[in-house]
Write a protein that binds this ligand. Structure first.
Ligand SMILES: [Zn+2]
Ligand SMILES: [Zn+2]
Length: 422
């Protein structure tokens, strides 16, 4: 017996309707906002993530699935979706047709992390990207897509954390201020953070080490050192959120675990998973398109872990109804009935009725038991007696009623079933 690799997850047939429900909501909502799907490869050149996500981030340093193919190319299973989307946007010259571009993606991402509830080494993400817009309205639009999504899924305990981490102009001042603070506490920081002090001091704010967290709770805030333009942008974002009635809280410690963010960063935090847990997040990344070889174009984006969203829905009693089960079981008793039943089942399915039929010649009792097990609301019984009159008995199992129907009128059977629960 070979088991699934540690940290991976099988989505079983009995759960997949939740995924279809979530994906359908995503596709409806993104269409309303004018976003179109992009599908990129699951693996990319390792260099894309080293440059895109950034050396010194936990993702690049500790969490990537990197391997050499048979031609000794270094490839990496994508740990996130933004770098790939930007790569494709540049590679296909999408910006040449129209700089402004709105994309979304749904797909698996791979990170070698400690597995925990709703967090897997292969996990699905939904993300969106808006290129070519520098206005704060763009940040607000992206945040509003996500907050609409959570609202439509029935998630009520989701809070938006918002911060600004400045632009390339004011980032060095933010770093210097932070370094000054870190220098005084260097002895007490963990080994990783002492390394980050030189390389990328903002990353220290992200450290999961409890002692580092305690120290950093007293650190100066990036938001106090941002330049006037960044300040104005941040005020614009807050104004836009207020205009749409979207609740948020400022979190000066929020930096997000990726290097590419500029100005706005945000995180959606659910209180529905017990402890506070990020269900999704994103921000602005005005330098990434250029850094990956494209033109100087601003961008803002977001992503959410889909397992976490589904888990949160279950925890908040927002589990969707399963509308994928079969509704009707056709039960044939005897050889002659079987042929008529098989033909009728074909017609009922052709008319769009979710219908099933068993070929194992089980007893009526066994087949009714199966109907119950499959949560089907109707059974159509065709016995030797009925076949002579070209008739069948339609049982409404929920209402505990039954009626005689014609074997030769599949349309009428569908009408009876649709009518019963209308
Ligand atoms: Zn700035
Ligand atoms: Zn640390």
């Amino acid at each position: 017996m070979i088991n699934k690799p540690k940290g991976t997850n099988d989505i079983l047939p009995e759960e997949s309707y939740r995924w279809h429900f979530l994906e359908a909501r995503i596709r409806d909502l993104t269409a309303c906002y004018g976003y179109h799907e992009i599908r990129t490869p699951i693996f990319e050149s390792t260099e894309l993530f080293v440059r895109g996500v950034g050396d010194g981030t936990d993702i690049v340093d500790k969490e990537m699935y990197t391997f050499q193919d048979r031609s000794e190319r270094s490839l990496t299973l994508r740990p996130e979706g933004t770098a790939s989307a930007v790569r494709a946007y540049i590679e296909h010259g999408l910006h040449q047709k129209e700089e402004r571009c709105k994309l979304y993606y749904i797909g698996p991402m791979f990170r070698y992390e400690r597995p925990q509830a709703g967090r897997f080494r292969q996990h699905y993400q939904f993300g969106l990207e808006l290129y070519g817009e520098s206005s704060p309205w763009a940040d607000v639009e992206v945040i509003s897509v996500v907050s609409r999504l959570y609202a439509e899924l029935g998630l009520s305990n989701v809070i938006i954390n918002l911060n600004s981490i400045g632009c390339s102009g004011c980032r060095s001042e933010i770093r210097d201020t932070l370094r000054g603070f870190l220098e005084r506490n260097l002895e007490s920081l963990c080994e990783d953070c002492r390394r980050r002090y030189d390389k990328n001091p903002l990353r220290v704010l992200d450290c999961k080490n409890p002692q580092c967290k305690t120290i950093m709770s007293g650190s100066p805030c990036a938001i106090d050192s941002i330049c006037p333009d960044c300040r104005e942008h941040f005020e614009g974002v807050k104004h836009g959120l207020a205009l749409l009635g979207i609740q948020y809280q400022i979190n000066p410690a929020l930096v997000r675990g990726l290097d590419y963010y500029t100005r706005t960063v945000f995180e959606f935090v659910s209180t529905g998973l017990g402890a506070q847990n990020a269900v999704g997040g994103g921000g602005r990344y005005d330098n990434l398109v250029h850094e990956l070889g494209g033109p100087r174009l601003p961008a803002v984006g977001f992503s959410t872990g889909m397992e976490r969203v589904i888990l949160t829905m279950q925890n908040e009693n927002a589990d969707p109804q399963n509308t994928e089960n079969t509704e009707l079981r056709v039960i044939a008793l005897g050889k002659e009935a079987e042929e008529a039943a098989f033909r009728l089942t074909y017609d009922l399915r052709r008319l769009g009725l979710r219908t099933d039929m068993d070929f194992r010649n089980k007893s009526l009792k066994a087949q009714l038991r199966l109907t119950d097990k499959m949560n089907e609301h109707f059974a159509l019984i065709i016995g030797e007696a009925e076949i002579k009159e070209r008739a069948a008995v339609l049982k409404d199992l929920a209402a505990r009623t039954e009626s005689k129907v014609s074997l030769d009128n599949a349309e009428q059977i569908v009408k009876n079933i649709r009518g019963a629960h209308a």
